[in-house]
Design a protein around this ligand. Structure first.
Ligand code: CO
Length: 461
């Protein structure tokens, strides 16, 4: 056996999900993916990410496309490469915890329309929020990629919360729950190269299933981070074709393939095929160019190195402050975010906690500390998203939960255990407008925009 090809790095391509989600507000249409699809299938990726994250929301809300159709259509062209999706645990493809009946029905249907690998994460890394989805994925004979949100207590790995022991413990538990692969999900691009080396080295010692790293180029470190992770023995990384890579997206696949050529981690992927696919995407993509951020010269956001706020959250904050005519207070909001985050239990900043903490930080700056409190922030403090990494300060809790409709004593159990089933109620409410189970799920997850979409889909009113 050729010693030099002993441990090829595997690549998941994220062009058709995180790529356009990160760069083009998730606006790429299915019809524009079709010309690329067969070429992608021919490359030899470990998987292609095609669904989940924000795609479900944007498709039915802005593109007037039935989200359920995309995997079915792409499956006609991508026959060899497994499909992966990003699933927000009990939050599914929405922004709140859904009850178990909705979660289970969603996963069953996602398996049916062609998803093979489910990258499941929970915004609080609360493992209780993985179980119902994980069980259904396994029952359908599909693969679970259990994902741990990468968060930091300090500028670098360490401190008293998000240290090496934290990630080791989560990975060991997720493997024992039945994960087929473990992923470290660095949504903000804050994992630095030597920390990646330390994390991968440590995790490879305590888990036996393959280890996957997901990061974003946002801060400019991602290519270096991958290289150190690869040296430490990471099994799989996420990339995009060059036109949808870099900036706040993933590193590009092409330079990585060449970097590893002739080394023990050689991917074996054909550069010419990748270049041809990239050229084709260059022809398709210009129509989406208006969604690309053009407000700065730099393609990386070096501010992230200091404030660690994920890219999507920054653009939300900017538009929120603009609306309130308070854009000049952005620096104060940046300073407030780590404080609000700590008060909220040192949660990772990822959808939906990034929005919840971000919006509350804005309120705290504009109106005074907890003078105005959002319902979602109350839900978070109450425990409706799960257990936070650190306990919430009792004084803060008292202020936040004062007059809260559910009560003043937070729940401690698994959040979905406190939720009533919703699927049959949704069926009754939407009635004949939902002609399929897929329609029903769209409505159950997104009652307002889902109903609007179904009316358009069937030409009602
Ligand atoms: Co991502």
């Amino acid at each position: 056996m050729d010693q030099k090809r002993k441990n090829p790095l595997k690549i998941q391509d994220n062009t058709l999900r995180d790529g356009h989600q990160s760069l083009l507000a998730t606006r790429m249409r299915t019809e524009d993916m079709i010309p690329l699809a067969e070429k992608m299938d021919d490359i030899g990726f470990w998987a292609v990410e095609v669904w989940g994250g924000a795609t479900f929301d944007t498709m039915h809300r802005f593109l007037n496309e039935d989200p359920w159709e995309r995997p079915k259509i792409l499956k006609r062209y991508i026959k060899k490469t497994p499909f992966s999706m990003l699933l927000r645990g009990q939050n599914l493809v929405g922004y709140r915890n859904y009850p178990d009946d909705v979660a289970k029905a969603f996963v069953d249907k996602a398996c049916e329309v062609g998803i093979d690998i489910f990258r499941i994460f929970d915004a609080l890394n609360d493992l209780r929020n993985f179980q119902p989805c994980m069980d259904r994925v396994k029952a359908n004979g599909k693969k679970v990629e259990a994902s741990i949100c990468y968060s930091l207590t300090e500028r670098r790995l360490g401190g008293d919360v998000y240290n090496l022991a934290y990630f080791e413990k989560k990975a060991i538990e997720l493997e024992s729950m039945g994960a087929d692969t473990i992923c470290i999900k660095d949504m903000a691009g804050i994992m630095s190269p030597y920390d990646a080396y330390a994390v991968v080295t440590a995790l490879k010692k305590v888990i036996t299933v393959p280890l996957h790293i997901h990061t974003h180029y946002t801060s400019g470190m991602a290519s270096m981070t991958y290289l150190k992770a690869i040296e430490a023995g990471v099994d799989i990384v996420d990339t995009c074709l060059a036109p949808f890579a870099l900036r706040s997206s993933q590193p590009a696949v092409e330079p990585l393939v060449v970097t590893l050529q002739g080394t023990p981690r050689d991917t074996g992927l054909d550069l010419n095929k990748l270049l041809a696919a990239g050229d084709l995407l260059e022809e398709i993509a210009p129509k989406y160019k208006d969604f690309l951020a053009t407000n700065r010269m730099s393609v990386i956001d070096t501010g992230v190195l200091a404030h660690q706020v994920p890219g999507g959250m920054i653009s939300n904050l900017v538009s929120q402050l603009k609306e309130m005519k308070a854009l000049h207070r952005l620096a104060e909001v940046h300073a407030e975010i780590p404080i609000t985050r700590k008060e909220a239990g040192t949660v990772p900043l990822v959808t939906p906690t990034s929005q919840i903490v971000g919006v509350q930080a804005v309120m705290n700056v504009l109106f005074g500390k907890y003078k105005v409190i959002t319902n979602q922030f109350r839900d978070l403090v109450y425990g409706l998203y799960g257990q936070t990494a650190t306990p919430i300060d009792p004084e803060i809790r008292k202020i936040v939960l004062k007059k809260y409709k559910r009560g003043q004593t937070p729940i401690e159990g698994r959040p979905a255990d406190y939720l009533e089933p919703e699927l049959e109620k949704a069926r009754e409410k939407i009635g004949a407008l939902a002609r399929t189970e897929e329609d029903l799920l769209t409505y159950a997850i997104y009652p307002t925009t889902g109903e609007q979409f179904l009316k358009q889909k069937y030409g009602v009113e």
